[in-house]
Design a protein around this ligand. Sequence first.
Ligand SMILES: [Ca+2]
Length: 415
Amino acid sequence: MKNLILALGAGLIIAAPAFAQNSPPKPTAEQLAKTYEEDQLSLEKCGVPRNAADDYRPTPLLPDQTRAHRVTTDQKFHVETVAKGLANPWALAFLPSGNMLVTVRKEGLRTVSPNGRISELIAGTPVIENKFALFGMHDVLLDRDFAINRTLYLTYVTTPPGGASTGYLVRAKLSADEKSLTDYTILREGTIARRILQDNDGSLFVVTADITTPYVSAQSLASGAGKVLHINTNGTPRGDNPFAPNPKADPSIYALGVRDPQSMAFHPVTHDLWIIENEPRGGDELNVIKSGKNYGFPLISYGRDNDGALLNGGLTQKAGLEQPVYFWTPSVAFSGMIFYTGDKLPKWKNSILAGGLSGMQLVRIELSPEGRVIGEEKLLRDMCRRIRDVRMGPDGDLYVITDHEDGEILRIVPN
Ligand SMILES: [Ca+2]
């Protein structure tokens, strides 16, 4: 079967479908080079079929929107295993004690010591029951004043007894001995919340998913799904949210029209809010999120639905809908991103580092000062690991966690 897919991939290099566009500039040959072949090599090496085996490549509106130059830096590094034996860890946070706090998808919260000792489940962790392997315990974020208030935020999906699969955003406090959660408060209930980010003023941005066909939520202002939300730390909407005056809108909505964002970070210079979101089958997007803007899913997309069908006839642009800064076909299936701002890996400073699940890679994205993608570096491909989260430690080292039954915390350190 693998050989068949490879053969099909090699033989079926078809022209991109012509979409209703006003003669967009075509990407250069150099921009198109290598990507697909590299992905085929990845398939051959790691043995996991990607989710688009036919080289579907809709034409970008802008020439620098996809298939950027492959770059390599001479940043020498090696990978250390900090911990292993975590069953599908999802997110990582660094505690003032030096321990790490880790969410484990089907279990809840654990701590991991710097030398890799994994704790028992933290008492008071919500019970995670799920019909869908895609969901479980998701993100953990320490409040900016955690050292004083011991407050953290969690996102997760569980199925209460007799109920349906439900997403939660909660606030809780971690005891001083790091063994239990107290003061447990539900801030939002219902939508599938993924990542959480805290702004300088203390407010929270939360990205939520709309992954159920026919994707009726992402464009609905009445729904909190498929959105970027902006709320206070007590769960109330920010007063200046763009749709707050609309009585039919969820007042927490900051931006709409996203599908399954699992990555979110502030740009270190401009402080713009950047996310990466996963489309169903190809077309994963890097977006800069602005208040009140509509990011288009599922009205426009550079990907297709999971069954291969075109989304909205394959439309990729429309007036009033935002274009992604950049997109990937086939999908890398991103989860977790940072702008690396440390000094340990200076050649990567201010790059985006984003983890790929089905792509089994760490992608380094170089940006121009204007915020355009000028190069992509593919890292950790030889490991064939699904990279779930990417974080910078207090020491400036780079950490990733891998999404496997024997999931690991890995540290990427300079040689
Ligand atoms: Ca979009």
